[in-house]
Design a protein around this ligand. Structure first.
Ligand SMILES: *[C@@H]1O[C@H](CO)[C@@H](O)[C@H](O)[C@H]1NC(C)=O
Ligand SMILES: *[C@@H]1O[C@H](CO)[C@@H](O)[C@H](O)[C@H]1NC(C)=O
Ligand SMILES: *[C@@H]1O[C@H](CO)[C@@H](O)[C@H](O)[C@H]1NC(C)=O
Length: 538
């Protein structure tokens, strides 16, 4: 009897102890590889920058107020047929009038940084420097001053997709090299007027999307469909514009303003399906070069496109009968001017894919970036879903992409400038799926920093609040605050993810130290002691 009792006790205690040493998983039904997915308890280095992000067209509204000129997104949404339910950013979150509320929300979250964008056509209504809209300048001065008064540092994107319509009409916008001069003047004006208070500048947000969705598939403004040719020209002009803005800052503003200029690139991580298969590993690298390297190789390395892009596109162009490569070339002088024009690397990251090598090349016309890249990728069915088709959470991917960037670009200072997850358009304040997403993804950023030594210095959650999600209109919500778009006043309400994020920010990471956790770990310690006692008894 006594021995039976002892044995039962032993069993219960051993069960308790073994479960205590079980690793903790955020997505325990999908991502539960103990080596890879176990939650890692540690804090970020001191001074790690916690932020949240938005962009002008997605939140400001006031599309034609106080002298603002139209952008290509105003035209695109007003045209009809391009966006879910023909929704527009005419009012959006009405942040043009409610920016003080936005800043108060950030302050409640305990954030010390905010990433937002300037609408080019709000400060220069037709894009050119001969026509400055002082009321537009005033709006950004007010916002920046309000941030600083609340202890929040601005991180500013100069271009988040909203090209002044006048520049598209007069010479085709990004399709023409004329844009370089106009972008340079705009950037210089922003450095001059705001640079006394803004120390982090991003020239472009996701140029990959600008080129491929704006000029290849044409599903985003300005809706050009010139697959396989124009997107390469657009990227060429975007890179030249970026380099020009960086040099202007470097020569005219850096010594007095002491800030930094970078660019924000987007990419999924492309995981080799079999890491022991060198063909899969090469395919993964090829995919990363066609996505990130297209922009980052010129800017952070040698002023030129990745070798793999140059050889593949030249070869495929020749087979398709083009007299020369569809990928434009930089002159030696341009290469020298473009190389090393990024003070830091901004990464927008949301999801991952598996990748394998392709077994043949598709030389058929029309040409496309996709055929040039020629990488079979997919997302596993069982990976979690979100409110957006293209977004399946794969937390371990962000660790891998940060490692890849760190290695490829020689330990460049990097920032996650966007990361987050959508839910469908339902009223929901208890957003568990978003808490899981942040908890797991930020933990993988922590592993990249603390275990792998990646030089990542900050993280911006996308997004501060629900907003206009481009082609999806208001049907997908990414916010840590719920916005009621049916109410003229656009009231905001914190979701549970806002509380989660603010406590993570406050702890600067994952701390075993809350009173609840302390009690649990003390009892587990006692259990361990008793169990060894009982083990010897049994
Ligand atoms: C913009 O406006 C200014 C002043 O009215 C004018 O000189 C300039 O040509 C305009 N530029 C474009 C691209 O429309
Ligand atoms: C992975 O690739 C290696 C090398 O090609 C091969 O030996 C191995 O069988 C592959 N593993 C799987 C699961 O296919
Ligand atoms: C182009 O690609 C084909 C097929 O992969 C290959 O046989 C050929 O050698 C390549 N030509 C050049 C010039 O790279």
């Amino acid at each position: 009897m006594a021995s039976l009792l002892a044995k039962t006790l032993c069993f219960i205690l051993l069960l308790a102890v073994s479960s205590a040493s079980d690793p903790e998983f955020v997505y325990d039904d999908v991502f539960n590889d103990p080596e890879r997915d176990a939650l890692y308890y540690d804090t970020f280095p001191e001074g790690f920058i916690w932020s949240s992000a938005t962009s002008a067209y997605q939140i400001e509204g006031a599309w034609n107020e106080d002298g603002k000129g139209p952008s290509i997104w105003d035209t695109w949404t007003h045209e009809g047929g391009n966006v879910h339910n023909d929704e527009t950013g005419d009012v959006a979150c009405d942040s043009y009038h409610k920016y003080k509320e936005d800043v108060a929300m950030m302050k409640n979250l305990g954030l010390k940084y905010y990433r937002f964008s300037i609408a080019w056509s709000r400060v220069l209504p037709n894009g050119t420097i001969d026509n400055i809209n002082e009321l537009g300048i005033q709006y950004y001065n007010n916002l920046i001053d309000e941030l600083i008064a609340n202890g929040i540092q601005p991180m500013v994107t100069l271009y988040h997709w909203d090209l002044p319509q006048a520049l598209h009409d007069s010479y085709g916008g990004w399709m023409s090299e004329d844009i370089v001069e106009d972008f340079a003047n705009y950037a210089s004006l922003c450095f001059e007027r705001f640079g006394d208070r803004v120390k982090f500048w991003l020239t472009f947000n996701e140029p990959w999307i600008i080129s491929l969705l704006g000029y290849e598939s044409g599903v985003f403004a300005p809706g050009v469909q010139e697959s396989g040719t124009t997107p390469y020209i657009v990227t060429h002009n975007l890179i030249k514009s970026h380099a020009r803005a960086w040099h202007i800052y470097d020569e005219e503003y850096r010594s007095t303003q002491e800030g930094e200029v970078g660019i924000t690139l987007n990419s999924d991580w492309n995981e080799p399906h079999n890491r022991s298969n060198p063909d899969h590993v090469a395919a993964s690298d090829q995919a990363m070069q066609f996505n990130l390297g297209w922009f980052a190789h010129p800017i952070y390395k040698n002023g030129d496109y990745p070798e793999i892009m140059k050889t593949r596109i030249a070869n495929i162009s020749a087979q398709q009968g083009y007299p020369k490569s569809r990928l434009p070339e930089f002159t030696e002088e341009e290469k020298a001017y473009i190389a090393k024009t990024g003070d830091f690397f901004g990464l927008n990251h949301y999801s991952s894919n598996y990748v394998v090598n392709a077994d043949s090349v598709d030389y058929s016309t029309p040409p496309s970036w996709g055929k040039d890249a020629n990488i079979p990728t997919w997302k596993e069915e069982e990976w979690p879903s979100s409110g957006s088709d293209w977004l399946k959470p794969v937390p371990w991917g962000i660790r891998q992409i940060l490692i890849w960037i760190d290695k490829e670009y020689d330990g460049i200072e990097s920032y996650v400038t966007e990361n987050g997850v959508s839910t469908k358009d339902v009223f929901e304040l208890n957003d568990e799926s978003r808490i899981k997403f942040y908890k797991s993804y930020i933990n993988e950023v922590l592993k990249a920093v603390k275990i792998d030594g990646a030089n990542c210095r900050g993280y911006a959650a996308w997004s501060l609040m629900d907003n206009f999600e481009w082609g999806a209109g208001y049907s997908e919500r990414f916010g840590m605050h719920y916005v009621d778009f049916t109410d003229d006043d656009r009231p905001r309400q914190p979701k549970n993810s806002a509380l989660f994020y603010s406590s993570l920010v406050k702890d600067n990471g994952y701390v075993v130290g809350s009173s609840c956790v302390a009690v649990i770990s003390t009892s587990l310690l006692l259990l361990t002691l008793f169990s060894s006692l009982f083990r010897s008894l049994c």
